[in-house]
Design a protein around this ligand. Structure first.
Ligand code: MG
Length: 381
């Protein structure tokens, strides 16, 4: 019987993970959410969780009311996340929080020797070197939850990582595939949130519309599978059926396919290496008839280009680009900037980033903060 903890339990990945946990009798020892006290309390009661963490401290009283007499201990804030990450007797911590806030809990769990199911890609984008080195030192496994990285991980089973020639990272292209910059000038938040294939949280959906998400995934793949930038090909695949593929040294290509449903990669990460009944639907290739594959438009989608440049520069530059994007997306969602401004702000952050080698978490946090400050200043001008 596996014991897990879930950070980001009320989000899209978190709720689907709990559905899988219920189905397969996985014990959920602790849960953490940003601010949805009501759903968090329901989850805690449903799984008899020992701890719940609400990141937004102003929601603590509300949570206490819901959980009165339940015996669940309530903790808050970044310290609370850290405490959950350092709990004893946990097999896997699912980290599905949004953004850089996931970095410290990931590092904490790794130091504790707890395996990680990683949906929080910003952790690897900003702190890849530290995270991967710490995982190696502590003998901790990182199971990718991102569908593309899960596909690559699945294709690698029974093969050696050092036999990879390249990987084919597929991308749906998001809601604005085929559009020109001119056509994107006045797109609304609602249009940007209308993803054609995947149902996800707001931040990642905007990242999918700007292709920032694919840029982050490019960096994530480099760290997870020890690849050079030249070994990653991004291919637009509108149908989201081929979730990614590995090209091996003998030119054989192995892909993983399935309906676009995150429950497949989430379950694989939580129950690895077992393949058992899934709540996800089955794939019928004849329903699709045709699958398409195209080159991405690097000229229109600045964020994708900026991410690839950032990881080639290395050091703290990816952390800066990621931090700038988090700020820019928040500003777009709250109506402060236009859609194309996100890409401009991310590109400007890349231009002005001071590259520093990463030796400790502080280096990452500083680069992140400097980039965010820079974006906020530019927006308020
Ligand atoms: Mg993905």
């Amino acid at each position: 019987m596996k014991v897990i903890t879930v950070l980001g339990s009320t989000g899209s990945i978190g709720t689907q993970a709990l559905e899988i946990a219920k189905k397969h009798n996985i014990i959920v020892k602790a849960l953490a959410a940003n601010s949805n006290a009501k759903l968090l309390a329901e989850q805690a009661l449903s799984f008899s969780a020992e701890y719940v963490c609400i990141y937004d401290e102003s929601k603590k009283a509300e949570l206490e009311e819901y959980l009165h007499g339940s015996g669940t201990e309530i903790i808050t804030g970044a310290e609370g996340l850290k405490r959950i990450a350092s709990l004893d007797g946990v097999d896997i911590m699912l980290n599905s929080v949004v953004g850089m806030v996931g970095l410290i809990p990931t590092l904490t769990a790794i130091e504790k020797g707890t395996d990680i199911a990683l949906a929080n890609k910003e952790t690897l984008v900003a702190g890849g070197k530290l995270v991967i080195n710490a995982a190696k030192e502590n003998g901790v496994k990182i199971f990718p939850v991102d569908s593309e990285h899960s596909a690559i991980f699945q294709a690698l089973q029974g093969n050696d990582m050092n036999r990879i020639k390249s990987i084919i990272l597929t991308a749906s292209g998001g809601p604005f595939f085929g559009k020109t910059k001119r056509e994107l000038e006045n797109v609304t938040v609602k249009e940007a949130l209308a993803h054609p294939n995947w149902s996800m949280g707001n931040k990642i959906t905007i990242d999918s519309a700007t292709l920032m998400n694919k840029g982050l995934e490019f960096i994530e793949a480099m760290w997870l599978f020890d690849l050079k930038p030249e070994q990653i090909q991004i291919v637009i695949h509108r149908e989201s059926v081929v979730h990614s593929a590995v090209e091996f040294m003998d030119n054989s290509v192995i892909a993983q396919l399935g309906v676009p449903d995150m429950k497949i990669p989430i379950q694989y990460a939580l129950l690895y290496p077992h393949r058992i009944d899934s709540p996800a639907g089955r794939l019928s290739l004849t329903d699709y008839a045709k699958l398409s594959f195209m080159q991405p438009d690097y000229g229109t989608f600045d964020c994708l280009t900026a991410c690839i440049k950032a990881i080639k520069l290395g050091g703290t530059v990816p952390a800066a680009v990621n931090g700038a994007n988090e700020e820019a997306v928040a500003a777009f969602l709250s109506g402060k900037i236009k859609f194309l401004r996100i890409g401009e702000l991310v590109s400007e952050a890349l231009e002005s980033a001071q590259k520093k080698e990463i030796t400790c978490v502080e280096d990452i946090l500083q680069a992140d903060k400097a980039a965010r400050d820079c974006v906020r200043n530019r927006i308020s001008c």
